[in-house]
Design a protein around this ligand. Structure first.
Ligand code: ADQ
Length: 454
């Protein structure tokens, strides 16, 4: 078998020492396969220094990186437009952020066609070749590849939720997008609920023949399955156990100086529920004066999609909420909300996970949410408060599950987490850790690729 990965981004970046692979769940999962079996990675490659074809590693190549160069205008319409202003909000049921523009879909069509062409140029026309497309940026590419190469083996993994059919059909291009996806042999989602939503969309909107796990349209059958993604469990475990991380965690606890630390770690994105989490913490402080001076909430938000207006607006609202809460409650040396708007290394994140008594992970919707898994792996005795509207919640019944739209419920959950008896914490964490171990990202990739043989 050899592999062609097709993703929005390429897995390498330029450093002073030449091209190096970037860190990230997907890269980590797929590079070992490419290194072992050889193949191609097709992606848009925003770095203008990246040649159209770059062998990697340069001195002794394992695989080829093929760039699909995009103009600024194409990037605006395909990525910031169709992907981030249309498909992202609709898939997360947050249609107040939806912006439907003809130029978004027009460019999305042409860019998807270009990705497909790059795949056809670079990947061998060979029955052992697997073409594996990633995520919502590339819904139309599978159909183009299928039309040109009827015997190709094509898979797609969708990293975000697939919404209920009645929500997906809001898109004027819903049928075209579905037909694009159905060029695949195998489509993966994190959990069965998204599988069911996809199959219902295909049945109702296209009149396709469906079974529990297949969709047949125009004589071609696509399997649709749940493949929940994981993290690199062993690496995270080792990292969290290093002296460096322990020292950093101790330093953080000393610096904050409170008995209890609650953390939130996300990309700054309106799907992650950061604002409602902050107002819930505010309510918790209002209702529990005993905790004043005794609990710190540490929210880290990494800048994301900063060109999109709704993200700029969210940043202002978060700044405002943090200021309001601290303005009202801070006293002496106690700052209730510590907020950092920046990216940290995984080592630093591990230190936050270790220092925390509880993690507040409350997306309004999330395909999986791997921060949950990172926290579970790194923490020794922390409690997990988890939104029931995440993919992770389906797999982790031992978490304290909350509805992120229920502010009072969230405030109560903070108290429950902080006051949970040690014995109960330990036993819940045992269950959580055992699930996360099984979800390892390397197993995820291997399992998806093995599924083509069935
Ligand atoms: P994301 O929406 O990006 O992923 P998530 O799964 O939470 O969401 O992953 C975020 C990653 O960014 C984590 O690895 C986390 O450590 C890192 N990160 C967050 N804040 C950071 C900070 N301040 N500094 C450094 N790193 C930070 C999409 C879907 C998810 C799905 C994944 C994988 O939206 O639902 O789980 O893909 O399929």
């Amino acid at each position: 078998m050899s592999l062609t990965v097709v993703a929005n981004r390429v897995p390498i970046r330029k450093t002073d020492d030449g091209w190096k692979t970037s860190v990230g769940g997907l890269t980590t999962a797929l590079l070992p396969v490419l290194e072992e079996q050889g193949g191609v990675w097709v992606g848009m490659g925003e770095d203008p220094d990246l040649p159209e074809c770059q062998q990697y590693p340069e001195d002794d190549p394992d695989f080829l990186v093929r760039r699909v160069p995009l103009s600024d205008e194409e990037l605006d319409n395909y990525y910031y437009g169709m992907a981030n202003r249309v498909l992202w909000p609709v898939s997360h049921y947050l249609i107040q952020h939806l912006e439907l523009r003809e130029r978004f879909i027009d460019t999305y069509r042409s860019v998807n066609e270009r990705f497909a062409k790059a795949v056809l140029d670079e990947s061998p026309d060979d029955p052992d070749e697997i073409i594996w497309i990633q995520d919502y940026h590339l819904m139309l590419a599978p159909r183009h590849i299928r039309d040109a190469r009827p015997d190709a083996v094509i898979g797609h993994f969708w990293h975000i939720p697939w919404p209920a059919m009645e929500v997906f059909r809001i898109l004027p291009w819903s049928r075209e997008l579905l037909r694009g996806m159905l060029g695949c042999d195998l489509i993966g989602f994190h959990v069965d609920e998204y599988v069911d939503n996809f199959i219902e969309s295909a049945e109702v909107l296209l009149g396709a023949d469906v079974t529990e796990n297949t969709v047949t349209l125009d004589g071609h059958t696509t399997r649709v399955e749940a493949h929940p993604i994981g993290i690199e469990v062993d690496r995270f475990k080792k990292m969290a156990a290093t002296e460096e991380v322990k020292e950093k965690a101790d330093k953080l606890r000393n610096r904050l100086g409170t008995d209890n630390i609650v953390i939130g770690i996300d990309r700054l994105d309106y799907t992650k529920g950061i604002l409602s989490r902050l107002t819930a913490f505010e309510q918790f402080l209002e209702e529990n004066p005993d905790y004043h001076g005794k609990v710190s909430f540490y929210q880290i938000a990494t800048p994301s999609r900063t060109k999109v207006e709704s993200y700029q607006q969210l940043k202002r609202e978060v700044d405002e909420a943090v200021g309001r809460i601290n303005g009202q409650f801070a006293r002496d040396n106690w700052v209730p909300v510590n907020y950092r708007y920046r990216t940290y290394t995984q080592f630093e994140l591990c230190a936050f996970y270790r220092a925390a008594d509880a993690a507040l992970i409350t997306p309004l919707r999330d395909g999986m949410n791997v921060v949950t898994q990172e926290f579970i792996t790194a923490t020794q005795n922390g409690a997990l408060i988890l939104s029931e509207l995440t993919g992770a919640a389906y797999l982790l019944p031992e978490a304290i599950q909350v509805n992120p739209y229920d502010q009072g419920g969230l405030a109560d959950a903070i108290k429950v987490a902080l006051e949970m008896p040690d014995e109960e914490r330990r036993s819940r964490l045992k269950g959580l850790k055992s699930t996360v171990e099984k979800l390892d990202v390397h197993k995820w990739a291997q399992h998806f690729l093995d599924s083509f043989d069935r």
